[in-house]
Design a protein around this ligand. Structure first.
Ligand SMILES: C[S@@+](CC[C@H](N)C(=O)[O-])C[C@H]1O[C@@H](n2cnc3c(N)ncnc32)[C@H](O)[C@@H]1O
Length: 219
């Protein structure tokens, strides 16, 4: 389902100008961002099964990590992402099902998913703890959540100062994105049975965005 013209998915504010901008931005910059994140993603997204749920798929940055012929359920509330996501799925030979709902309220049954993935999403959702609870709910026992996210920098560092100074305009342009979230602690305390989180730094001119984590959490 795609909703536009004011028919926003429950819990998501659709911004016609910024929604379109972000869709174009991630389409143009996706290759560059993905190249910088390849170290974290290659490990976290290795050996995904043929059926995957993704939170906030955007325009399809992670389709390349799915096995050929995979089935992807994309939880993507921004309707301006959908056309590009569909085109990318066709290119990668992925069978795509878009759910125009928020990660805080996923319309999937309990314990039915083998794998859930996300990248650059827990920074943007309104309530990351609620999204993590939903991921746990939909994962089957032993199922895997694989993530690659950007996080708050170490206190009293130049990156941390820039994150604080730029937080207003950054969040406005990137539709609620925060560079100040301690997602390491949040994921570690979200109630998963086992968690592996690897911090790493990337080197881009978008300095507030350069502190990353990638890893897996087992339900
Ligand atoms: C920064 S983009 C990242 C897109 C893609 N995962 C990538 O790595 O390029 C954030 C994505 O999260 C989506 N998003 C925002 N709020 C969300 C929510 N509450 N639940 C699920 N997805 C959300 C946005 O529409 C957008 O596609």
């Amino acid at each position: 389902m795609t909703t536009v013209n004011g028919l926003a998915p429950d819990g998501f504010a659709v911004h016609p100008a910024r929604g379109r901008f972000n869709s174009s931005f991630f389409s143009v910059m996706g290759g560059y961002i993905n190249w910088h994140m390849r170290r974290g993603k290659t490990k976290a997204f290795a050996d995904l099964p043929s059926s995957v749920v993704e939170i906030g798929s955007g325009v399809g940055a992670n389709l390349r990590y799915l096995p050929a012929g995979a089935h992807l359920i994309a939880i993507e509330p921004n309707p301006y992402m959908h056309a590009r996501l569909r085109r990318a799925a066709r290119r990668y030979g992925v069978e795509l099902e878009i759910r125009s709902v928020v990660g805080e309220r996923i319309d999937l049954p309990d314990a039915g998913a083998e794998a859930v993935i996300s990248s650059l999403v827990l920074c943007t959702v309104s309530d990351p703890a609620a999204v993590l609870a939903e991921i746990r709910r939909i994962l089957a026992p032993g199922g895997r959540f694989s993530f690659a996210e950007h996080v708050v920098a170490t206190p009293h560092t130049p990156t941390r100062w820039l994150q604080r100074i730029l937080r207003g305009p950054w969040s406005w342009v990137f539709e609620g994105c925060s560079c100040e979230r301690d997602l390491t602690s949040l994921i570690a305390s979200a109630g998963f049975a086992g968690v592996e989180i690897n911090p790493y730094r990337i080197h881009t001119p978008f300095v507030p965005f350069n502190t990353h984590i990638a890893g897996t959490a087992i339900a």
